[in-house]
Write a protein that binds this ligand. Structure first.
Ligand code: ADP
Ligand code: ARG
Length: 423
């Protein structure tokens, strides 16, 4: 295609030049011939115009197709940290580690500058790094290994990951009337084997990945059957409503932006969901797939079981990137392993006023507290998003069980504080 466009443009240019020269030489010739030449000239100009247009289009295509340049701009030396930079990136990217890694590249050409771009550009990052492919985790291991170890509770270089969706949970409390638990959601991230991750893909790969995922999704059956809605062409109102209702990812996340994960937006992005929106899949956001099971109330068993079935069916159709050490490969090291975040939106108006106790309970059960409008959000509604923080080195069943146990203890404390407040 590109070669054809190129040939066409070159031909048009030659044709236009020839027509111009001819017209000069024959300026004294008879009027009929001059008119003929003028006609050729017009054709030549028009052909040159369209040829040029095609070339510009080809160029744009090239920019999109070959956009593997560092997301964070040029390689400009060891980062200039400010007082606000408090990330694990800052902690572990010592000048020595920087020197050792600065000229390395993965087999897809991902660089250290790309790995650290988001954490340098966003001083409030907690972690600050993203991988561009599976290889990033080994090539830049001197940086990733200590970050992984600290985030995933001591998971070392020799650690082995294990996966288990089958073990039954001990989770009898369902809170179906949502006295405390508004909703339960469990998601896992997945990326395709044989491709770079989102920050490392080019436009062609991005579109191929979307196509493969949608083909896989279209084969799902029963309560998992649904429809794919590409972001491109979706009305602003629909997208905003879906995001507000906690179904769709938000647009313009600055951490992803700086990591190069929002390139060519909204191309290749979209959301699949079943009729009831209890099973959803985000396509080409931070990870190539975010497979989500969610519903109102606190029946964590049902949510977990639905997710397990979905993952099982999907991995028969799509090969996911996985290794025995890091489990499922993800863009951000916090998501490695299970790539699972099991969360509840839970009403804890009394406990959340006692921030120290709330945080201590979260720490005890390795849980993370977020606002209910997604990561990096906060409000004072008294409803919180509480989820497992570790994802690597523990099975899916273990992590969901841990989240359930922690939430039950938080709810018990909430009841106690509420009763005290009445006296
Ligand atoms: P991720 O789950 O991928 O880590 P976010 O924290 O940004 O990403 O959450 C994505 C969306 O999922 C947000 O709209 C958030 O409100 C919603 N969400 C998360 N947990 C729950 C839950 N338990 N119930 C309902 N919505 C949830
Ligand atoms: N890069 C962000 C930070 O360092 C987010 C890290 C974890 N969250 C995520 N969605 N990967 O704070």
């Amino acid at each position: 295609m590109k070669r054809t466009v190129f040939r066409f443009a070159r031909g048009a240019r030659r044709f236009a030049t020839a027509a111009k020269q001819d017209a000069k030489v024959e300026s004294a010739a008879d009027a009929a011939s001059a008119a003929k030449k003028a006609k050729y000239r017009r054709w030549g100009k028009s052909a040159a115009f369209w040829g040029l247009g095609a070339l510009v289009a080809w160029d744009i295509n090239l920019v999109l197709a070959d956009d593997k340049k560092p997301a964070g701009g040029k390689a400009d030396g060891y980062p200039k940290w400010t007082d606000k930079h408090k990330s694990l990136l800052r902690k572990y990217l010592t000048p020595e580690v920087y020197e050792k890694l600065k000229d390395k590249k993965t087999k897809y050409g991902f660089t250290l500058q790309q790995v650290i771009a988001s954490g340098v550009a966003n001083p409030d990052s907690n972690i600050g790094v993203y991988a561009g492919d599976e290889d990033s985790y080994t090539v830049f291991g001197d940086l990733f290994d200590p970050i992984i170890k600290e985030y995933h509770d001591g998971f070392g270089k020799d650690g082995k990951h294990k996966t288990d969706f089958k073990t039954a949970l001990k989770a009898p409390e369902k809170d179906e009337k949502s006295e405390f638990i508004v909703s339960t959601r469990i998601r896992v991230g997945r990326n395709l084997a044989g491709y770079p991750l989102g920050a490392g893909v080019n436009h062609k790969e991005l579109m191929e990945i979307e196509k493969k995922i949608v083909e896989g999704l279209n084969g799902l059956e029963g309560d998992l059957a649904g429809k794919y809605y590409p972001l491109k062409g979706m009305s602003k109102e629909d997208a905003t409503q879906l995001t507000k209702d906690h179904f769709l990812f938000k647009e313009g996340d600055r951490f992803l932006e700086a990591a190069g994960l929002n390139r060519a937006w909204p191309d290749g992005r979209g959301i699949y969901h079943n009729k009831d929106k209890t099973f959803l899949v985000w396509v080409n956001e931070e990870d190539q797939l975010r497979i989500i099971s969610m519903q109102n109330g606190g029946d964590v068993n049902q949510v977990f079981q639905r997710l397990g079935r979905a993952v099982d069916q999907l991995q028969k159709k799509i090969k996911f990137s996985y290794n025995d050490h890091l489990g499922y490969i993800s863009s951000c090291p916090t998501n490695l392993g299970t790539a699972m975040r099991a969360s509840v939106h839970v009403k804890l108006p009394h406990l959340s006023k006692d921030k120290k106790t709330f945080q201590a309970l979260a720490d005890k059960h390795h849980l993370q507290i977020r606002g209910i409008h997604g990561e990096h959000t906060e409000d004072d509604s008294g409803v919180y998003d509480v989820s497992n923080s570790r994802r690597l080195g523990f099975t899916e069943a273990e992590l969901v069980q841990g989240m359930y146990n922690g939430i039950q203890e938080m709810i018990a404390k909430e009841k106690e504080l509420k009763a005290k407040a009445k006296h």
